[in-house]
Ligand binder design. Structure first.
Ligand code: PMP
Length: 287
């Protein structure tokens, strides 16, 4: 089956899908994106993803290419045309293609819109969660507006590659004071010895994760103690449990940090429970 990609109003075969060499996403990372989970043929938390996309566009003054409903239509078409039941849908909007110039192009330059879908086995993801993942800490060298979901992901690529070389699946960024900010492509959480769930509060220094937001609903409903504050890497080493959240991994237990076991080195019961409850609280819309 040929993979189909949406590019600027057209659904084209993967091999033919291309944007201009002077696209500002390519030249300046002047672009934003969203990744939504597709599960059982449904889109997960679409409204929250769309709200964040619109916020990212507004923060960077990129013109909104179409309504959220129209973008939803594009995502559904790409999911259907690629027959994705479980996986993800990726949507990117750049400021468009124009002769290279740092200042923004005129209003006649339309934003570039690209949408791809990819199948990922749900069984494979669930299997991974049974063993958990290792993470490696790295200095957070990113810019100061990490709340905007831009494609400026080079620090994340460098961190994840270093993690991979150390046998870890994710990198945890650490700020100058020794506090964990978030994962290279996930939010970071720990559960302390008293059972409190701790994650950094929202601000300019982390992405407001959609999975994070939905998990806060789960925690409230389950009446679990939540503390939104920065936590030290040393607190993470001493935690009872740790986990990450992201749209494609939902709740993924962390069993090793910098080679040290978290708790007994196996996925903890709380992370497992939160993972299991997650989709009862996520908004599900048919794809
Ligand atoms: N932080 C960063 C830096 C990310 O790239 C991601 C994944 N997009 C997240 C957090 C998690 O966000 P979400 O739950 O919306 O996928």
């Amino acid at each position: 089956m040929t993979r189909i990609v949406y590019v600027n109003g057209r659904y084209v075969p993967y091999a033919d899908a291309a944007v201009h060499v002077e696209d500002r996403g390519f030249q300046f990372a002047d672009a934003i994106y969203e990744v939504c989970e597709v599960r059982d043929g449904s889109l997960i938390d679409e409204a929250r993803h769309m709200a964040r996309l619109e916020r990212s566009l507004a923060e960077l003054q990129i013109r909104r290419p179409m309504t959220a409903a129209a973008l939803g239509h594009v995502m559904r078409q790409v999911i259907r045309r690629n027959r994705v039941r479980d996986g993800l849908v990726y949507l990117q909007v750049s400021r468009g293609a124009a002769p290279r110039d740092f200042s923004f192009p005129g209003p006649d330059v339309p934003p570039t819109v690209v949408c791809l879908a990819q199948s990922i086995s749900a069984a494979h993801r669930d299997l991974k969660a049974l063993s958990g993942i290792a993470v490696k800490s790295m200095p957070d060298i990113r810019w100061q507006r990490r709340d905007i979901k831009t494609v400026m992901l080079l620090p994340a690529c460098l961190a994840k590659e270093a993690a991979r070389k150390d046998g870890a699946r994710e990198a945890w960024f650490v700020d100058a004071e020794g506090f964990v900010t978030e994962g290279a492509s996930s939010n970071a959480w720990i559960i302390d010895q008293g059972g409190a769930v701790i994650t950094r509060q929202l601000g300019l220094d982390i992405l407001p994760g959609v999975t994070r937001a939905t998990l806060l609903d789960v925690l409230a409903e389950e009446k679990m103690q939540l503390i939104e504050r920065p936590f030290l890497l040393s607190e993470a080493y001493a935690a009872r449990e740790a986990f990450i959240t992201s749209a494609t991994q939902t709740v993924m237990p962390v069993v090793r940090i910098d080679g040290r076991p978290v708790g007994d080195g196996r996925p903890g019961p709380v992370a497992a429970k939160l993972r299991q409850k997650f989709h009862h609280f996520a908004a599900i819309s048919s794809a």
